[in-house]
Design a protein around this ligand. Structure first.
Ligand code: F6R
Ligand code: MN
Length: 203
């Protein structure tokens, strides 16, 4: 659970690669298969997997800061390896509530992609391998996808006042998907993506 920070002092933190965590995290978010309803193409495989087990898809540890302009929140995201049909384990994905706020990711371990898009219809897919830094500009929704066979570990930093808008992606998904084809990741159009530019501002 997130707990708000009101006052902050300079600090350092360490990434523990063995235990896949941060030193003294302020929050630990665990997202399971059940939180991805409607996001995977093959609904029957999704439902079948969910019936058997509500598998943990990814985890996020954060070091919090006051949620005001000027401060930064940083943390570690760990997307576990696995697939739902031809699609890989991935994050829910979101726009920032303050749309014009950017984010920096730094890939530490594993193999993945970041799928991104703007309300205006631009999109981008960037490959993530260790020591790759990825800049997600303001206005770009982002979702990380683990296309490898080990955990995908990334450090991230974003403005503390950004907030998260999940509802647009929950409703419409992303325009592009990454699926496995002949044992390789392949970018495809999301066949269920309809309409355009219906960006929702309510969270
Ligand atoms: C913060 C951010 C990441 C994600 C994390 C989990 O703005 O982009 O820390 O929160 O990768 O993804 P979501 O939040 O989409 O479940
Ligand atoms: Mn973000």
């Amino acid at each position: 659970m997130k707990k708000k920070k009101n006052k902050i002092m300079p600090f350092t933190f360490k990434i523990d690669f063995t235990n896949r965590t941060l030193s003294n995290p302020d929050s630990h978010i665990i997202r399971k298969l059940s939180s991805m309803k409607g996001q995977y193409l093959d609904q029957s495989i999704y439902n079948g997997m969910l019936k058997k087990e509500d598998t943990v898809l990814y985890e996020v540890y954060e070091k919090l800061a006051p949620e005001i302009e000027g401060e930064l929140i940083q943390g570690l995201s760990i997307v576990h390896p696995g697939k739902v049909g031809r699609e890989y384990f991935m994050t829910k994905g979101h726009f920032h509530s303050v749309l014009e706020t950017a984010e920096l990711y730094f890939c530490l371990k594993g193999q993945g992609y970041m799928i991104m898009e703007t309300p205006e219809g631009d999109w981008s897919a960037e490959e993530l391998v260790p020591y790759t830094a990825l800049y997600v500009p303001g206005r770009w929704a982002h979702r990380s996808i683990n296309v490898g066979s080990e955990d995908l570990l990334m450090l991230f930093v974003y403005p503390a006042h950004a907030g998260h808008n999940y509802v647009t992606i929950e409703t419409k998904g992303f325009r592009k998907l990454i699926v496995e084809e002949n044992s390789n990741p392949k970018l495809i159009d999301n066949p269920r993506w309809k309409g355009k530019n219906e960006f929702k501002t309510s969270q």
